[in-house]
Design a protein around this ligand. Structure first.
Ligand code: MRU
Length: 349
């Protein structure tokens, strides 16, 4: 497959593949200002939990370059402010905070005694976060192989491929790894209203990978399970909390309910950067509300009567009891997740 880079650091600029234009146009936007990077995350130029984490880390590297502070203390204050701005861009995906916290921790290292030393350390840390996500994606694919039978039919929700992670993919990486292992799988791709990440992005990636697939409307998954013999569902995550409750793209919970009703295995694939042990249960996860126009319009075309009220939660929470296993780069966690996730996250690889 032709590799495409989603996030590129080049000549002191951040370049982002503009995912709003896919699949019709491959175009990169350049950024030198961390405020514009925050806006790009909010507007979903780049999206997907790991990818926005990596992007925010580079946003912090840009903030360090933009700062006019004369000393390290002043620079750290500017970085704290930049971090808050980037963090606020999208509240549900924990990868954003994970990456910003990691970069700030690096910036505060006492050994960094000059503004220039902090600047280069931040860029180094952003590259390291990118590299860690790349490695994690591959490992998730490897760990998932034992869960995907030969000839499996799989339902996937949203987009969790390289576009969403910067490399290989998480849930889509599970599909990709099975395909690369010669398992002759078939993927049903939920279209994923309202932003159509499945119809626009997952199909684009699967076509390029040569994985046999068909797009279905979100409401078709129960029917497909009842009539087409689905073996498993696999989804990504924006935040997996301590008890295993999982926030992911709106519609994930409905898919999990349908899977339970049909006895279909339901897997979450996510790197440990998406696991938030500090939050005890899904009730405490902030769910991002997005603009009404995402629902009232398809592209430029309005589909609802003027004045129609809208609710547009971008994510939902699937209770842990509906999740068969959580596949991470450190291994596969099974219920009870309170203990298995802690072991994976705190116990090391
Ligand atoms: O609103 P999006 O497109 O950023 O939502 C993306 C998802 O919900 C993905 O499933 C999740 O971030 C995991 S990406 C590997």
């Amino acid at each position: 497959m032709d590799e495409y880079q989603v996030i590129v650091w080049e000549e002191e600029q951040l370049q982002l593949l503009d995912q709003r234009r896919l699949p019709h146009e491959v175009r990169y936007n350049s950024y030198e200002d961390h405020g514009e990077v925050a806006e790009a995350i909010r507007e979903m130029v780049v999206r997907g939990a790991p990818a926005i984490g990596i992007t925010a880390a580079y946003g912090m590297a840009l903030a360090a370059r933009q700062s006019a502070a004369a000393d390290v203390a002043g620079l750290l204050e500017d970085l704290e402010r930049a971090g808050e701005r980037l963090r606020a861009a999208r509240p549900t995906a924990v990868n954003l905070s994970y990456a910003i916290d990691r970069v700030l921790e690096r910036a505060r290292k006492p050994a960094l005694e000059t503004v220039e030393a902090v600047r280069s350390a931040l860029l180094e840390e952003a590259h390291a976060i990118y590299e860690d996500e790349r490695r994690a994606n591959r490992r998730i694919g490897e760990h998932s192989l034992e869960l995907v039978p030969q000839g499996a039919s799989i339902i996937h929700h949203c987009n969790t491929g390289a576009l969403a992670t910067g490399a290989y993919g998480t849930a889509l990486g599970v599909i990709r790894a099975a395909h690369e292992a010669g398992k002759e799988i078939f993927a049903y791709v939920d279209e994923t209203r309202p932003r159509l990440q499945g119809a626009r992005l997952t199909t684009w990636e699967l076509q390029r990978l040569g994985v046999p697939h068909a797009v279905i409307v979100d409401g078709a998954s129960g029917h497909v399970m009842r009539t087409h013999g689905v073996h498993l569902c696999v989804v990504g995550a924006d935040r997996v909390v301590a008890n295993g409750d999982t926030a992911n793209k709106i519609g994930t919970y409905n898919l999990a309910l349908a899977a339970r009703a049909h006895g279909v295995a339901f897997y979450v694939a996510a790197p440990t950067s998406t696991i938030d042990l500090a939050t005890p249960s899904g009730d405490a996860i902030e769910i991002e509300q997005r603009p009404d126009e995402e629902v009232t319009h398809v592209g430029e075309v309005q589909i609802t009567p003027d004045g129609t009220e809208v609710r547009n939660p971008a994510f939902d929470v699937t209770p842990a009891s509906y999740i068969s296993a959580i596949i991470t780069e450190r291994g596969v966690a099974y219920p009870p997740y309170e203990t298995s996730l802690r072991r994976l996250v705190l116990g090391g690889e």
